[in-house]
Design a protein around this ligand. Structure first.
Ligand code: ITT
Length: 232
């Protein structure tokens, strides 16, 4: 009797082990299928602040993209005359150079009293973020009209360089007299959003992600991105 019980226990034990092995194999197979189904998407930026924000929008687990970063040595000249032209140029040239899907963001700050400057030249306005802010505040000294808008254009390019998607987002605000807040990057400390009652640099990242020019551009992009089949 004792032998019978022992044999039964051994059978049950090996049955349990077999079930666990099958379960583990299924999980492994599903994970393999999932990662095989992922397509590389090169984020075409050299700006770490921008990259950090773009990653947040693009790491939705339902998206079939595995993000990778543009090699630093691959520099694209921004010869376009609009944010959208420059976003398309960056996405397209990086995609073609690497033979991979690529996504690019071209963005900047347009100030009403400066006839839209620095606009597409926002990155080229001075050497560092601090110098860019200092120059903008100097140019607006004694200027009562502080209205400005941040613009963000996003473009997605196929591996052959053709443009699959493009969107734009705008956030209206004002330029404050002196920097406020420590979050974000670039011009964030001097860009005040009246509805939020704070500068971009004073906002928690989730709030900036929701109300910013980049947030709005991605809000328009993501439903279209979900419909793209990168393998087709
Ligand atoms: P990549 O072209 O490599 O993406 P970049 O910094 O040169 O990087 P842009 O040509 O689009 O990018 O220039 C955007 C400029 O506007 C740059 O100075 C940014 O710091 C600034 N900018 C863009 N989005 C911003 C944001 O959300 N907050 C603050 N500054 C921003």
């Amino acid at each position: 009797m004792a032998k019978k019980i022992l044999r039964l226990a051994a059978d049950l034990n090996s049955e349990q082990m077999a079930i666990e092995t099958v379960e583990k194999s299924c999980i492994l197979a599903a994970a393999t299928l999932y990662f095989c189904a992922m397509t590389l998407l090169v984020v075409a930026t050299s700006n770490p602040g921008k990259l950090k924000e773009m990653q947040v929008y693009l790491t939705d687990p339902s998206l079939p993209w595995e993000l990778s970063l543009k090699p630093a040595e691959l520099e694209i000249e921004e010869t376009g005359t609009t944010f959208l032209e420059n976003a398309c140029l960056k996405a397209s040239q990086v995609a073609k150079a690497l033979g991979q899907w690529s996504i690019a963001d071209d963005s900047g700050l347009s100030v009403d009293a400066l006839n839209g400057a620095p606009g597409i030249y926002s990155a080229r306005y001075a050497e560092t973020d601090a110098d860019r802010i200092a120059r903008l505040l100097r140019e607006l000294e004694a200027q009562p009209n502080r209205r400005a808008q941040f613009v963000c254009a996003i473009a997605l390019a196929r591996p052959d360089g053709s443009i699959a998607l493009q969107t734009e987002g705008i956030c209206a605000g004002e330029i404050v007299d002196a920097p406020r807040g420590t979050g974000g990057f670039g011009y964030d400390p001097i860009f005040y959003v009246p509805e939020a009652g704070m500068t971009f640099a004073e906002m928690p990242p989730e709030l900036k992600h929701r109300v910013s020019h980049r947030g709005k551009a991605f809000e328009a992009l993501l439903p279209q991105l979900e419909k793209i089949n990168p393998e087709a």
